[in-house]
Design a protein around this ligand. Structure first.
Ligand SMILES: Cc1cc2nc3c(=O)[nH]c(=O)nc-3n(C[C@H](O)[C@H](O)[C@H](O)COP(=O)(O)OP(=O)(O)OC[C@H]3O[C@@H](n4cnc5c(N)ncnc54)[C@H](O)[C@@H]3O)c2cc1C
Length: 407
């Protein structure tokens, strides 16, 4: 038996993009349903380092572009949300570190890059005197300079929890095999069908939002849409469970000509007072050509070189591969703003950075306003979540990848 249900908006994907949009669009009065294939945050969101960036990466080139100005505004925008005064109420979200630091460890080129960075950031970066160093570096005599950035670090599992909690009755776990999309390049989605244990459901929505990260590639193919295209950028991330008492939140700027810090480190609470150091940056980009064993060896060498005062003996190490998913730009450039693309009733969304999700939210809300999208009369959409909950469960929240591996 096929039953037809109506709603205003269906979002596919329960990472930061889908969950943020669920919050924003419901605030605007729309009836919204979110479909996640496995667990909330399971893609890039709970593999992310949770750094809310203020634009260092762009400033390292010494040029303050419009993109770097847009991202520079993000830390304050998030802080307003964390105080309960922003677009989404994040007061219950944990902040792991209110500051993020950048250490230019001494070499000529790294000092130059750091100098250019500080000049371009105009007052949003402070050089620290040793008495102001964070605990991890306090007793150390550092070569080079240490800077405090406007960036800070959120606890991504608590971010996912806070965004999902008010809307649990609107979020459903539905496997890709149970979801059938039809569409084309002119009309976007033409039908969305869900298999149930005893038949199927047709979900009629005024809008479909593809917010499935890397999964958007398959969804676009199902819809017969060849624009926009997706690109993925592989990373080989490292994690180490450390008994060192202090957490580390630090970019270590290297001597290469690239714009990526040599190491980007965040720390996440582990069991028995341990800290799980989670490491990206140049080592993760270059590490895609290394095996897990080689990447761990490289990590051990680099970390011991950078932090000779830390005893890593007995530490547990892990590494894993993950892709960043984003729109494909000309010349294989990296996008530096949140991205949406609309085809008739279908919107494709990639935030490109966790940091830029509020911008993504604004763009989608503004798009629907410009399109004059009105919520359906309540009698037409009423009960869609009750009806879906008879067939589909609420997905759990995923565990961060490093935590799974360091168990
Ligand atoms: C290693 C790493 C570190 C990063 N660190 C940072 C950082 O510190 N700061 C920062 O700003 N950004 C960071 N990023 C980028 C940031 O994590 C991503 O831009 C952001 O999480 C993307 O969110 P998303 O919701 O679009 O995608 P995802 O988080 O990938 O979520 C997509 C969701 O869709 C689901 N899905 C997939 N296919 C389907 C389907 N067919 N049906 C239903 N659901 C589906 C998936 O299970 C998943 O839950 C990092 C990225 C990586 C990979």
């Amino acid at each position: 038996m096929t039953q037809a249900l109506q709603t205003d908006i269906v979002i596919l994907g329960g990472g930061i993009a889908g969950l943020w949009l669920l919050n924003r669009l419901r605030q605007e009065g729309y009836d919204v349903v979110l479909i996640e294939k496995s667990a909330l945050g399971a893609g890039q969101t709970l593999a992310s380092q949770g750094i809310i960036h203020g634009g260092l990466k762009y400033a390292l080139s010494g040029v303050l572009s419009p993109a770097s100005s847009a991202i520079a505004a993000m830390p304050e925008l998030w802080r307003r949300c964390l105080r309960g005064q922003g677009d989404v109420d994040l007061r219950a979200c944990k902040v792991l570190s209110p500051n993020y630091f950048m250490w230019s460890s001494g070499g000529y080129r790294s000092r130059l890059k750091t100098f250019l960075g500080s000049k371009a950031l105009r007052g949003r970066i402070d050089a620290l005197s040793p008495s102001a160093y964070p605990d991890f570096l306090r007793a150390q005599t550092l070569s080079g300079m240490l800077y405090q950035l406007t960036d800070f670090v959120v606890d991504t599992p608590s971010l996912v929890e806070v965004l999902a909690a008010p809307h649990r009755d609107r979020i459903f776990q539905i496997a890709p095999e149970q979801l059938h999309l039809r569409g084309n390049a002119e009309q976007g989605m033409t039908s969305l069908q869900l298999d149930t244990a005893d038949g199927s459901l047709t979900l009629q929505a005024q809008r479909l939002v593809l917010g499935a990260g890397e999964g958007n590639g398959d969804l676009l193919a199902q819809l017969g849409m060849d624009n926009p295209q997706m690109q993925t950028r592989p990373l080989h991330m490292l994690a180490v469970r450390s008994r060192h008492p202090h957490p580390v939140y630090l970019h270590c700027i290297g001597d290469s000509f690239g714009m990526t810090p040599r190491l980007t480190i965040t720390s996440h609470p582990g069991p028995d007072g341990c800290w799980d150091w989670y490491i990206g940056g140049e080592i993760a980009e270059a590490g895609t050509k290394r095996s897990a064993q080689e990447q761990i060896e490289e990590g051990k060498t680099q970390l011991q070189q950078m932090f000779p005062w830390v005893d890593f003996s007995g530490s547990q190490w892990a590494s894993f591969f993950i892709n960043r998913a984003e729109p494909k730009l000309a010349n294989l450039q990296r996008p530096d703003t949140a991205y949406i693309h609309s085809v008739a009733n279908t919107v494709v969304a990639w935030p490109t950075k966790l940091t830029l999700t509020p911008e993504l939210g604004k763009s989608v809300v503004n798009l629907f306003k410009e399109q004059g999208l009105q919520p359906l009369p309540t009698e037409e959409s009423s009960g869609v979540s009750d009806k879906l909950s008879k067939h589909f469960a609420t997905p759990p929240i995923a565990t961060p990848r490093w935590e799974d591996l360091l168990r």
